[in-house]
Ligand binder design. Sequence first.
Ligand SMILES: *Cc1c(COP(=O)(O)O)cnc(C)c1O
Length: 421
Amino acid sequence: MTLSERDKKHLWHPLTQHKTSPDTLAIVKAKGVKLWDESGKEYIDGISSWYTSMYGHCNPYITSKVAEQMQKLDQVVFSGFTHEPAIQLSEELIKILPSNQEKLFFSDNGSTSTEIGIKMALQYHFNLGNERKVMLAFEEGFHGDTFGAMSVSGLSVYNGAFEDHFLEVVRIPTPNGENNPKVLQSLENLIKENAIAGFIYEPLVQGAAGMKMHDADGLNAILRTCRENGIIIVADEVMTGFGKTGKNFASEYMEEQPDIICMSKALTAGLLPMAITSCSMKIFNAFYDNDIAKGLFHGHTYTANPLACTAALAGIELLNSEEIQQNIQKVIHSHSGFLEEIKDHPKVTNPRQLGVILAFELNVEMERYGNLRNKLFQHFMGNGVFLRPLGNTIYILAPYVISQEELQKVYDSILSALEIF
Ligand SMILES: *Cc1c(COP(=O)(O)O)cnc(C)c1O
């Protein structure tokens, strides 16, 4: 029996309706930008396995660091104890975060990092005795699958069973330049009508919504209005963090800095699951008290796991290296050339790029293709390229270490899709 056949007996996959989904593909090996399936076919990982493996899979520098750490200290309770990997990581991460960020709170995945960001914003006001319980979010945002994260996510078509239990959330559209004054006006109206505790948003790029990009000036004006009105600013950089937008964090494109930043995905370079919610002293100080109940009573068993911290530390070292920074510039430059090439194609709508993220919508009659998204996916995989379209949105978010030749292979498979569909 193949792995794909054995898989079916006991495994329940995420985001999958098993009755109608095609079989899962078994991957047996990964190296650099490539994945191999059990039949030996290779694929370029054009989405860095959900934006995690930005320095390449099984990166020898990162794996050797983690292997070393693994012989020394594998796991210890982080409540009442500490260790060098977490301390070193804190020192290095603070250096690359926006300058107001001072404290790091660990968890295990992107959803818990935003859950903690939301809890920090709500408890900040609770501790100060403010009656503020409403969260503000963008329409079509995505922040994860735990209850708080689901509540603030605008993309909740499959959340029907849980909606009665959600937090109270009000929403504004994303600013696109043209609509900036209107968005600000609706924000001001919402502020008058609701006791808003915090604003959570994906800065500049909404990943799950289909790599939708919005206007930095418009976002900056929103953040300024939030700050003037005592609303805690929570940037969800789970997808955008660690270099993808051309800066270490997308928040660097705005003047107003967030009070809280959520990180995961590329944080550990695709090696181990971990997340961090960072915050400024203003937030931390609201929890710092003789009253024990004012603390943040949230904690996961694997908090600040030494191996995950070591992977993150090695990832940041690579991110800071001249080699990776040059690679990032090369990918940005190459994407710009490709966008120029396809932007006037009749089937290409809304071509866009920020940093190493390139996206556009394929403008074809959806009905003609039954399930267009699956057909596109099969087309790319058939070409040995792992791209995972979102509806009719095609996007590339490849590892920084991708070569020009491999990039060209990804572009070629997109060009042939433009011919075929
Ligand atoms: C992926 C993602 C999350 C959720 O992270 P998980 O690790 O999948 O729980 C939250 N926010 C954003 C912006 C994401 O892209």
